[in-house]
Design a protein. Structure first.
Length: 218
């Protein structure tokens, strides 16, 4: 199983603890200034891609010394730096893609970055967005297992499609049996596992699993 992690330009204070993912990730990709973040965290980069218009020459030199492949693109292009990094990740045929540094800052960027999970899952790849207080994964109909994580103990389910049909939750503080949830519903917000794992099952729609914690000031 091959796991790829892409780090973007999101606010540094929202980045997750990269060391917590070291054993999970096989290949690291830096998207534009995200490559500088990985370099500062002493994480070797396989690919650094982007227009790099937000860094100076000294920072660019540091990135180039920390990566196997440095790929600079013109600022005027059809794809965002994150999309370029995703294309590189797809070429590696991974089973899982983590997206770090893609939340916070501009809301339009954050929303479209979360929507990128849809393009990932439609390729048969597990996609995850993680930051300091959130862990997001898009799911398709079927039965899924959720593991407890001390870093993200609060669990919510948000419909990605207008309706999610026949959702059941087992092993949670607030169980559910064959309920339909729709856009705007808060029915499945702020749940918790009773033990180390639980399951959720649904028949139609696309569901966003959000594991989170309350933000603690740095």
């Amino acid at each position: 199983m091959v796991s790829v992690a892409i780090t973007g330009n999101g606010p540094v204070e929202l980045h997750p603890d990269f060391q917590a993912f070291i054993m999970e990730v096989d290949i690291w990709i830096g998207a534009d200034r995200g490559a500088l973040t990985l370099t500062k965290n002493k994480i070797p980069i396989e690919y650094a891609v982007g227009d790099f218009d937000s860094i100076n020459e000294e920072e660019k030199d540091a990135i180039q010394k920390n990566t196997n492949f440095f790929e600079q693109h013109p600022p005027e292009k059809d794809e965002t730096d994150l999309e370029l990094a995703l294309q590189k990740a797809y070429d590696l045929h991974p089973d899982k893609i983590y997206l770090f540094g893609v939340t916070g800052g501009r809301l339009d960027h954050e929303l479209v970055n979360i929507q990128l999970l849809y393009s990932i899952i439609t390729k048969g790849i597990q996609g995850i967005v993680a930051d300091r207080s959130n862990y997001l994964e898009l799911t398709l109909p079927g039965e899924h297992t959720v593991q407890h994580d001390d870093n993200y103990p609060i669990i919510s389910f948000i419909p990605f499609t207008q309706h999610v049909q026949d959702l059941s939750l087992s092993g949670f503080k607030y169980p559910l049996v064959d309920q339909t949830i729709s856009w705007g519903s808060t029915r499945c917000i702020s749940n918790k596992l009773l033990l180390n794992n639980g399951t959720f099952l649904y028949k139609e729609g696309i569901l966003l699993l959000v594991k989170s914690c309350d933000m603690i000031p740095v």
